[in-house]
Design a protein around this ligand. Structure first.
Ligand SMILES: [Fe+2]
Length: 233
């Protein structure tokens, strides 16, 4: 079973790389299931549109996960209700449209569960991510409801993601972090067999500040407002 998970596809550069490379990658690497985080895929680098979702699915993506930017293109709030292959974080506040996990059929006809979670530290306000994960573990069990379980833990800080890795060790096939846009070099198989990496990084323009325009980003950090109210790009 070959599963590919790609971190945040960022803007036109990330989309171009994905559309040009994925169909060949699927053939060459005999990929059975492809998950991409698409929350930065729209032109401004935040949010995702219906057209982009359709494009991704057409070129062989099986599931699209998101995170804090999921609603930045407002149309997503509507079409997510009819497209079950687009996920938003499971621990968004109650009543949010869409779903945070699903069970899908892979290209080789296996059942793959995918859950999208979002950290609580330095992120948009959302429900307790560890409680949401525990609830999921009770609901979807490896080799019972699904042959494989993929966790996209979208979060800012390393410790929170690593703790999530341990919570899922032996209970998920892979726990992979997204959101920081910078890959960590800690990919490994944990003690009970779950594959883990704190962050897989982005698919975007590396000549940038986490995929965004360098000059604009630097201008913001150099502005007088920065020290009074530090912000993220
Ligand atoms: Fe994010």
């Amino acid at each position: 079973m070959n599963i590919l998970l790609l971190g945040d596809i960022l803007g036109p550069a990330g989309r171009k790389a994905l559309t040009e490379s994925l169909p060949n990658l699927i053939k060459q690497k005999e990929l059975d299931f492809v998950v991409v985080n698409g929350e930065n895929a729209a032109d401004p680098g935040v949010g995702i549109t219906k057209r982009i979702v359709e494009e991704f699915l057409e070129i062989g993506v099986d599931v699209i996960t998101t995170g804090n930017h999921v609603w930045d293109q407002k149309e997503a709030m509507e079409f997510i209700t009819s497209e079950k292959r687009l996920l938003r974080p499971e621990n968004l506040s109650k009543g949010s449209p869409g779903k945070g996990f699903g069970i899908y059929n892979s290209k080789n006809n296996k059942k793959v569960a995918v859950i999208n979670l979002m950290g609580n530290v330095y992120m948009k306000k959302c429900d307790d991510v560890f409680q949401a994960a525990k609830k999921f573990i009770q609901t979807v069990q490896l080799k019972r409801e699904a042959d494989f379980i993929v966790v996209d833990m979208h979060g800012e800080i390393t410790s929170e993601k690593m703790a999530m890795g341990y919570l899922f060790d032996g209970k998920a096939t892979m726990v992979v972090g997204t959101h920081t846009h910078v890959p960590t070099s800690d990919h490994r198989i944990m003690e009970k067999g779950t594959a883990y990496q704190t962050d897989v990084g982005m698919c975007g323009d590396y000549n940038s500040v986490i995929g965004m325009n360098r000059d604009n980003s630097l201008k913001k950090f150099l502005s007088a407002a920065y020290l009074h109210a530090p912000f993220y790009i």
